[in-house]
Design a protein. Structure first.
Length: 186
């Protein structure tokens, strides 16, 4: 009796943990570097605020079968930069990143954090929504896979740094890399 219950539980666990057909189990993306800057506002200084982030996809993803074997999307890395003037935070604006490969396109969107305590800030309390589009033309088919993932960053949480007496502030990752769980959307 106990053996049957145990086997039923183990079978249900194995089914629930299985990867959906056609979808590979994914390793987390990694934000390996992230820095933010807000200027002092003093005359003569650069007035731009910015976020610079480097994101890495460590996954090798099957793209399809070819006469020579299985085609894959290898790992890729992207450099994402968002820049704006004070009072013009680009919330919700998808921006292109520079990718390490020709088959992948990365974008980043600055979002207000979902669990913000206090006022969202583009450099001190924010979320980044990353999107990766892998595309390849194989013999007789075109393959596109789209993945998205989001991370939240806040001073005192994932970010550390300092502000100077002039009002200039610089923040960076406290403990890189920062893991981002991604999911396939298309």
């Amino acid at each position: 009796m106990y053996t049957a219950a145990l086997l039923t539980t183990l079978a249900a666990t194995a089914v629930s943990a299985a990867v959906l057909p056609g979808r590979a189990a994914l390793e987390n993306w990694e934000v390996t570097a992230l820095g933010t800057h807000s200027p002092s506002g003093r005359p003569g200084n650069d007035p731009h605020l910015f976020i610079n982030a480097t994101i890495n996809d460590p996954n090798t993803i099957p793209a399809g079968e070819q006469p020579t074997g299985t085609a894959v999307f290898p790992p890729s890395t992207a450099q994402c930069n968002i820049e704006w003037l004070s009072g013009e935070t680009p919330w919700g604006v998808e921006q292109p990143c520079t990718s390490s490969t020709t088959y992948s396109t990365w974008t980043v969107t600055l979002e207000k954090p979902s669990n913000a305590s206090g006022t969202p800030s583009g450099t001190e309390n924010f979320a980044l929504q990353f999107k990766l589009v892998d595309y390849v033309h194989l013999v007789g088919q075109e393959v596109t896979k789209v993945y998205e993932g989001e991370g939240e960053f806040a001073v005192g949480g994932a970010l550390t740094g300092q502000c100077g007496g002039s009002g200039v502030c610089n923040w960076g990752l406290k403990s890189p890399p920062y893991a981002i769980v991604q999911y396939e959307t298309e």
